[in-house]
Write a protein that binds this ligand. Structure first.
Ligand SMILES: Cc1ncc(C[n+]2csc(CCOP(=O)(O)OP(=O)(O)O)c2C)c(N)n1
Length: 267
């Protein structure tokens, strides 16, 4: 079940961040449900997933432990010397990580290339690309969007983690993106909008996207630091590592959030 998967993924990466004393906790909490849904609720075994916002690598590694690609022993090496579970995903080291990401703004171009290759080979593989919103500031993202629309790459599914925060401020203060849906539509996308933490909403856009004959961009409205009440939707959840008391608090909050959601389903 998706909710259990997301809980495990969160608990695992929170422990990883804690032992590494590393930041980017909020970035991973923002994207967990999107990753969980794509991996366990949408993609087929042969499909590709590209996490363009590579700074949320811990969430990706944790998801790959959840599906058995990585072991719990691998996970313990996160951030350590000589590990391949570095702060950003490496290339050619881990099954299901086709490209190194983390230099923001490149993931969608990589997805576009894969998408075109699949189309030329007449294969039905789908390419899921999760970008952040801040990296839409990069011109390369728009170039990839033009390319996807021009080649009508309906096999590329672009999900945007629209938490409205970047590293040092709010997206609309740093470089305005709105009206993002209209801009993407003008580029030739069918734009769908969903709550990126809500599996039912994600399921609806999945069903909707499958009816479409033009490329899909899904704006997933999220909260950076989702569930970390002290820092949710605050810029500090980007770089701040968790102190001991915060780690206890956040794991407790994540558990409560999970129980609330289970209750809502079973009511
Ligand atoms: C090309 C590039 N410039 C700068 C950075 C440093 N950096 C890491 S994360 C980040 C901003 C994160 O904001 P956003 O991209 O919106 O991600 P999210 O809020 O979803 O974590 C920046 C500028 C980078 N990784 N790549």
């Amino acid at each position: 079940m998706l909710l259990y998967g997301a809980l495990n993924i969160k608990n695992r990466f929170l422990a990883m961040y804690k032992q590494a004393n590393a930041g980017h906790v909020g970035c991973s909490l923002s994207v967990t449900e999107m990753l969980t849904f794509v991996r366990f609720g949408w993609m087929k075994e042969d499909d590709e997933i590209i996490l363009s916002k590579g700074h949320a690598a811990a969430a990706l590694y944790s998801m790959l432990a959840e599906d058995g690609t990585l072991s719990e022993e691998d996970i313990k090496t996160f951030y350590k010397n000589d590990t391949y579970l570095a702060a950003h995903p490496p290339v050619n080291k881990i099954k299901r990580i086709p490209f190194a990401t983390g230099s923001l703004g490149h993931g969608l171009s990589l997805a576009a290339g894969l998408g075109l290759a699949q189309k030329l080979k007449k294969k039905d593989k789908q390419i899921f690309c999760i970008t952040s919103d801040g990296e839409i500031n990069e011109g390369s993202t728009w170039e990839a969007a033009l390319f996807i629309a021009h080649h009508n790459l309906t096999n590329v599914i672009w999900l945007i983690d629209r938490n409205k925060l970047q590293g040092y401020g709010r997206t609309e203060d740093v470089m305005k993106l709105e009206p993002l849906d209209k801009k993407l539509e003008a580029f030739g996308f069918n734009v769908l909008i969903a709550d990126g933490h809500d599996f039912e909403a994600l399921e609806k856009v999945k069903v909707e996207s499958e009816k479409l004959k033009v490329p899909t961009a899904i704006i997933c409205n999220t909260k950076k630091g989702h569930g970390w009440k002290t820092y949710e939707d605050k810029v500090d959840c980007h770089y701040l590592p968790m102190k001991d008391d915060q780690y206890s608090l956040i794991t407790e909050e994540v558990k409560k959030d999970f129980e609330l959601r289970i209750d809502r389903i079973t009511d």
